[in-house]
Design a binder for this molecule. Sequence first.
Ligand code: FES
Length: 806
Amino acid sequence: MATRSDVKMVTGKINGQDVTVPAGTTILEAAREAGIEVPNLCYQPLLRPWGSCRICTVEILGKRGGLIESCATPLGEGMEVLTHSEPCIDARQFILQMYLIDHALDCPTCDKSGECYLQDNTYLHNVNTNPYRRPKFAQPYVHFSDIIDYKWDRCIMCNRCTRVCDEMIGVTAIESSYRGMDAAITPAFGQSLDDTACTRCGMCIAVCPVGALTDRHFAHHPWELDATETICGFCDVGCTISVESNKGIVRRVSHLWERGVNHGYTCEAGRWGHELLQNPDRIFYPYVRDEDGSVYEVTWDDAINTAAETLAHYQGDQFAAIASPDSTNEEVYALQLFTRAVMGTNNIDRMLTPSQRSVEMAVRAGLGDDVSNTNNMQELFTDVKAAMVVGPDIGKAAPVASYWFYHSRQYREAKTIVISMDDFPLCRRSEVWLNPKPGTTATLLSGIARAIIDKGLAKGGSDVTGYQQWLATIQNVSVAQVAAETGVAVANIEAAAILWASGGAGISADADSYPPALIYHTVAHQGSVSENDYYGDPAEIAAACNNLAFLTGNIGRAGGGVAAMRGPANYQGATQMGAHPSFLPGGASVESVADREAFGTAWLDRWAEKAKTRNGFLPVRSLPTSLGLSRDELIKAIDAGGVKAMVIDGTVAGRLQLIDPELGAALDKLEFLLVLDSFNSPLALKADMVLPKAATLEKDGTLTNFDRTVQRVRATVPAMGESKPVHDVIGMLSERMGYGFPVMPASQIMSEIGRLVPSYGGITYSRLERSGTVTPATSFADPGSPILVGGPDGRATLSLAYTAAV
Ligand code: FES
């Protein structure tokens, strides 16, 4: 985690206890750090102090002291505070009595009952009588949308919902309307919520401390539910969620405040994506498809026997496998192991879109390794002073990551530059929004690079391989020419260059260096989250982003770096697990004798001698030496009849459409296609055999998010029907083929990964119980490597080769 430096600290006394915190910390937060809980209603972690409910009233001692709201008052040096003195309690009781004048008190039928802050505080402060009596004003539910209800007479107007919508989600879909007794929360401008910019994230419901905003899909009491902490499997941000179930069915996803990379915040997929578990398209049992297209459900035993006996005919390079980049690390590891050690080929890859493949190519060329983020997203809370966001709407590509840009702007005054053809809220709130013509994003980035050099803001890069050649190329770029080509005015290109390269500080004649600035690009999502599907060649855009970071010395620096958002929940992990035709797990080369030996020693002893005779399968005695087929080569090989059988692990994104239509079309020519999938997807409809796969919320394992943090996934409900995790299926197949990789717990597979992959040497399930670990983490004592740096002192070293993007 990045560390904050030069922070002024203050020391005060809370309930007689010395508390030292960074200056500016509120009394309420300082008390929490000291283990003292101060009651609150309108306080919400990460949101601006509001100070409206006054339940958090504390007493400051001294001649200028008195009662004051602790959530909006910073702890001062030498301040003495009492949190539970008699005047505090009296004040809170009075406030609660006022709230209860009109509060509905329909707790038996309220979804919030049992976890309502007002209920808790009423109980805590023993408010059981109320001198302020009159008939209550009541109002019926208002249906804001198909997912959100509002009940005015439960609302305490704390504005947590409107604040989260504005400050964190970046939209103002709901607002506080009217005054006095008429005050209410309404959709913005009195419209239907569907006509606002609402992203359906459900955060307004999540932060509501009472039952004013409720989830129309939820109809249970909290005490009926069993909660399990796990990781959302819908994108590579890797949010921690609490999945609450009853009778084996997920009833809701709730929020673990201040937990995980998302600090409890989620998006629509995180909150309601669990409903896919009950989707009618789920596959319950294995099935086979006859040549005439008829489908028959079969037992697992029959399916495994048939699959094993069929695949035995295709050992070697006639076989290929594709892993899902949203399956767990353990599942991907098992599938690549099966491909190499059982089927004897390096024909293994991940199911990717063309844009994702292009970005991978550029990142490998520029950084020497395929890292989705050189830095850590949490630096948006600590170090980032300027941010450039490039490509399709980040609010759709990685919603929770987008929240932290708004937070960084609001609380750390970080400056933002957006380069996007999409019009989304961050564009409108940024200092600079550049909207280039279709296909010219990389050109615009090169123009910015040229402007940075012209303004004397190039503070890094001279020690980078290829720097001089790249400089020579960029000298041919003219900002005026870029302006003409992209349709972005010269003044705006220069403004973006100055603001970003100076870390938001502006040009200073005597600055040796400027504050850090990062780049997030979402061009790997081109064609999937945006109506504008041609930003340009994703590889060129990704390379141009890397170049800017090198040019300004922002690689290897807290608050700097480049993040190439990819999309699938375990893209980074699947790559690190060796689902790649050129790389074994951990990035070891399939062409390296030493690397092959290291893995071969661990893997190939599992072949039993008698396998030769009992099953007739050929044991693999040495790992394949040649590179596997790239995606284009694979399509050609299928067309030419070179590859005849495949195993493909289906993806969440492929539920409704083929991820790679060209590859999908080629699959029709295979002699045997086995698909593991949770849904009857377009891919499953092409398969000769389909095996039901457990969804992310139904299995144990780990996912590695885009900033290389490995996190623990837990089974929250039993898998639907007879679905199984991929590693169980691989275990059954392997055993049937005479290879001793039995069905085993995911934790045992991670132990093997930790032994063989140095960057996962410090990853164990016991360590992940409490929180994620950032890779590389080579041992249990290694805290992990949030920032990848170049040079001999770097804990992880990037190859600093440039690829010219001009
Ligand atoms: Fe402090 Fe509401 S929590 S005023």
